[in-house]
Design a binder for this molecule. Sequence first.
Ligand code: FES
Length: 323
Amino acid sequence: MDQLALVVTRIRSLNPWVRELVLRAADGATLPGFTAGAHIRVQVEAAGASDWRDYSLIDTKDGEDGSPSSYRIAVRRDDTGRGGSRYMHEQVQEGDVVQVQTPKNDFPLHDHAGAAVLLAGGIGVTPLVSMAARLRAQARPLRMHYAVRDTESLAYQDELSALLGDDLQMHVDQHAGGPLDVAAILSRCAAHEQVYVCGPKPMLDAVLARAAQLGWPPERVHFELFAPPVVQQGDQVFEVELAQSGQRFEVPTDRSILDVLIDAGCDPMFDCKRGECGVCALPVIEGEVDHRDYVLTASERAAGNVMQICVSRAKGRRLVLDL
Ligand code: FES
């Protein structure tokens, strides 16, 4: 993956929690192009170490056919997170140079008959803004539902309204008395329509559960999770043993197996760190797995001999992995 040193040329607050940053090459050169749904990986300082965070590229004008002069990203501050968003809010200022990996797209638009139905939750709106612009530019049918907890959390509403008009449906939990009814939205989808969802885990889980209930093939739902793994009630500390070296590590409730191995100087494969890409899969030799990924099939989960170490945990006190 190529790396770029880009200057932060503009910062603005979109709401009390979201900061938008525009990045450009110092010499004004054009940047590598990207397609709707793509992200860049930005180097941050978190927990006293250098790390990378993924941010979707926002394009309200469909610049897909050219080489962009800038990248636009939006960062939601998460004070309970690992520190990357705090760094982007507190440390990065206009004029600073940040290290960025060239764009990558794990959440692309697909060619299909029927409308694209875009479901955005909170800051998950960012890749869908680019998708909406692209679909409009291609004159493809789309509908977009954009859900936020309260009106203070809105971002890009004006741009989306101007772009989509009546094809944009807003949902504010605070006013509606509850979250967006994704089950009803999926039930109303026509046969050839496909859904693109980006938002928090409960929203994604509700969409996937409804799609399964309706008997949809998996390829009708495209998604990107917009939240790091969270500690769940009942999570406990467990031990992981690496069978090939005999090394043993304790995995605390607020760390993933992957992060524990990285901290210990191991070199496990990974990419998304959200249980979506499949790269971090490891064979399980012993122990029962609490699967939390979006990659493995039901039968792979039931077999229990492979796990995604970035999100999944042990149900018991110990796991032995073939590493
Ligand atoms: S790193 Fe992508 S599934 Fe674990």
